[in-house]
Write a protein of this length. Structure first.
Length: 128
């Protein structure tokens, strides 16, 4: 295992949580192994591992970029990660307001809908 892969896996676990990463690792196959290595080294071992900005800020940027580019499937995962990154609900809403102004209201609106549902899910789970 390369240093970047090892670092990426550690950061990925810190941000997404062990349960999420364990599920993803269990679902990994020989077919998607190169892709999983790429994102673990590139996204988690390079971008997320950098200390140039805080994880809170990185979380907000990631959510805004996902919404702005219409990559909605990843938004719930990154909303759940805010519990570990320190990005608050207000931070997320500020990021989505930027999306509305600079990338379009429909994208921001859909991202907010996903965030609200994910936060409600998180709160319900926390109360169980």
């Amino acid at each position: 295992m390369t240093d970047r892969l090892q670092s990426g896996m550690a950061v990925r676990r810190q941000v997404l949580g062990d349960a999420h990463v364990d599920r993803a690792e269990a679902a990994k196959t020989e077919l998607d192994l190169p892709f999983q290595t790429l994102i673990t080294e590139g996204a988690w071992g390079t971008v997320w591992a950098s200390d140039a900005i805080s994880r809170r800020e990185r979380s907000m940027l990631t959510l805004a970029l996902l919404a702005a580019t219409g990559n909605f499937e990843e938004i719930p995962m990154h909303i759940r990660a805010t519990a570990r990154t320190g990005a608050t609900k207000r931070d997320v809403m500020e990021a989505f307001q930027h999306v509305a102004v600079y990338a379009g209201v429909p994208r921001a609106n859909h991202a907010i809908k996903l965030a609200k549902a994910t936060y409600a899910e998180m709160e319900a789970t926390a109360n169980d």
